[in-house]
Design a protein around this ligand. Sequence first.
Ligand code: PLP
Length: 397
Amino acid sequence: MGEARRIHFGSRVVRAARELPAGAGIPNVLPLVQSVAFDYGSMREQDAIFGKERPGWVYGRYGTPTTAALEHALAALDEVEEVVCFVSGMAAIAALLDIAREGRGRIVAQEDTYGSTRSLLERLRAEGADVAFVDPTDHRGVQRALAERDTTLLYVEAISNPLLRVVDVAALAELAHRAGARLAVDATFASPALLRPAGLGADLVLHSLTKYINGHGDVMGGSVGGRREQISPLRDRVTSDGAYLPPHEAWLVVRGMRTLELRMGRQCANALALATHLAAQPKVARVIHPGLESHPQHELARAQFGERCGAVVTFALRDDTRDAAYRFLDALELAASATTVGDLYTEVLHPATSSHRMVAPAERERMGITDGTVRVSVGIEDPYDIVADLDAALARV
Ligand code: PLP
């Protein structure tokens, strides 16, 4: 027997601390596995893993243990078979729409989606895809658009951004399935705390993890969930496009997600209190919140979400001008100006110049996103302070 080969310091230091010491117990917090590559001990084992005969990690872009833990958690919360995570909500939406377009069938999409989703759909249409825009609350119109051509996908938002229209997921699933199409629901504004669309018949459930699921404004991510055979092409796509959610981001999302239920409870209650207050203010022309009886889908919202009808409030100033909106927004002290929603602090946005800036002005006006429209993502602060901040700003209009 030859003497064991001596490993020099220069090599030992490079290979130091590769694994956690054994017997330390199961960590209560999800371990953050940053490793891009994995050692299998033998080529036979590696071959079995790469050949998909055995489960295992191949390479950071194909899947990592920490991101996979988030995917499993999201699948359980949304009650779907499988979830795949992306570097952003838009990466998830782009992958889904691109695959739908390759199916060559029509994409029927809600007309008032998030601005970047709308722009993406318009770009696909300009490139030759058959994209039809519909009002998802007009079921006859949806049915017509689905029936006109072979349709692959019906795409809607559970609570739309920023007009907060609520869609009837079960009814739309039935319409889509009758036409041989799949229903995709972007449930970002609802989060799994309010709505689990797969249980109502949706085939694909999307989230911008950047919003309520993370909830802390410090990470971007996106996800698509559904049946295994629906998710498999998306997983192939995320691998080849290099848009897989890295482990550190996934770890942050898991940490934020743990308080989702608490945050949503408080934020939805605060939002309803603010909406009710704003509706009584003379300088406010119109308040949109699904929890208000004046909301056109109020009954549906209560049936689908229960007591908590979302944490965003959109309203239009009576002086429906950009000038008035700017004066109002500049006067806010507690609420942060932010081009996002879903964080634990209150944040405001002027859709016409930010989230829906790229939508043609005439189309924006037609949809109801006027120059005096303001969107408030209500946070977990004391509701009295939120209302006082907006009241003080209204006084400046
Ligand atoms: N879906 C909705 C409803 C959104 O509001 C947004 C972003 O604001 C997105 C998707 C896109 O998500 P992300 O910003 O993570 O790409």
